[in-house]
Design a protein around this ligand. Structure first.
Ligand code: KIV
Length: 276
């Protein structure tokens, strides 16, 4: 039988100011996705700093080809399940596709993810004008925001697939400008996905908020992976930016602990996980 937080070691809860302090002190931030209470408990026990209920659940849990079919109800359901498994990691929940179509819908979604789901922060993809307005509106109501730039999966059709972004100078400069814009709008954290390492390094140095990379090179302030990818259980080819941490280890707990250690030491991502 599952016993909530049966043996979670005492650890101070991770906070938004605490994440800012980690960047200032040069301490790398460990983030991992979770979609249920049991895996959330494993993340917490391994000392992961941030648990992300990503809309990647549409692909790895629900079996869809993209994140687009995920609804706000799905996100609230999984966020609440993860919240019940956590005692110290900061809980971030994704805004699903089109939940941020205008400020009113964004605030309604933010209120549900925080109020019903128990999230401490919500994540929003992009930096279009209405997204900057949404970030400012949430922040003004004390809902911290994690921005998400680069290869934003909800734009899969616009990109023509899950393609690395920011390879050309103009595109890289555009993503850099977006990073400064989401920071100015009030974002407290930035996930940067699928960009060349040089751009990950440039953006991490240019903004004051912590930058969490996924396929964005080793110079970000932290790293995030989809837990199914790092346990090697996602069907099909493993993404280049991920690593199977369960290979050669005998438990999920050991795999998550190794991931956390490798992110903190800078051993992950290695050059073979990066785009240049
Ligand atoms: O949905 C998700 O899991 C994400 C991560 C890949 C960052 O957005």
């Amino acid at each position: 039988m599952y016993v909530q937080n049966a043996s979670t070691p005492e650890r101070k809860p991770v906070t938004v100011p605490g994440l800012h302090a980690m960047k200032a002190q040069g301490r790398r931030i460990v983030m991992l996705t979770a979609y249920d209470a049991s895996l959330a408990w494993q993340l917490d026990a391994a000392g992961v700093d941030i648990a992300l209920v990503g809309d990647s659940l549409g692909m790895v849990v629900q079996g869809h080809a993209s994140t687009l079919p995920v609804t706000l109800d799905h996100m609230v359901y999984h966020t609440a399940a993860v919240a019940r498994g956590l005692s110290s990691a900061l809980l971030v929940a994704d805004m699903p596709f089109m939940a941020d179509r205008d400020v009113a819908h964004t605030l309604e979604a933010g209120a549900r993810l925080v109020g019903e789901g128990g999230a401490a922060m919500v994540k929003i993809e992009g930096a279009a004008a209405h997204i900057l307005e949404a970030i400012a509106a949430l922040t003004a109501r004390a809902i911290p925001v994690c921005a998400h730039l680069g290869l934003t999966p909800q734009s899969v059709h616009k990109f023509g697939g899950f393609r690395i972004q920011g390879r050309e100078q103009e595109a890289a400069d555009h993503i850099m400008a977006e990073a400064l814009a989401v920071q100015a709008a009030g974002a407290d954290l930035l996930v940067l996905e699928g960009v060349p390492s040089s751009l990950g390094e440039r953006i991490s140095a240019a903004v004051n908020i912590p930058v969490i990379g996924i396929g964005a090179g080793p110079h970000c302030d932290g790293q995030v992976l989809v837990i199914h990818d790092m346990l090697g259980i996602t069907p099909g080819k493993r993404p280049k930016f991920s690593k199977d941490f369960l290979a050669g280890r005998d438990s999920v707990a050991a795999a998550i602990a190794a991931y956390a250690e490798d992110v903190r030491s800078g051993a992950f991502p290695a050059p073979e996980h990066c785009f240049n």
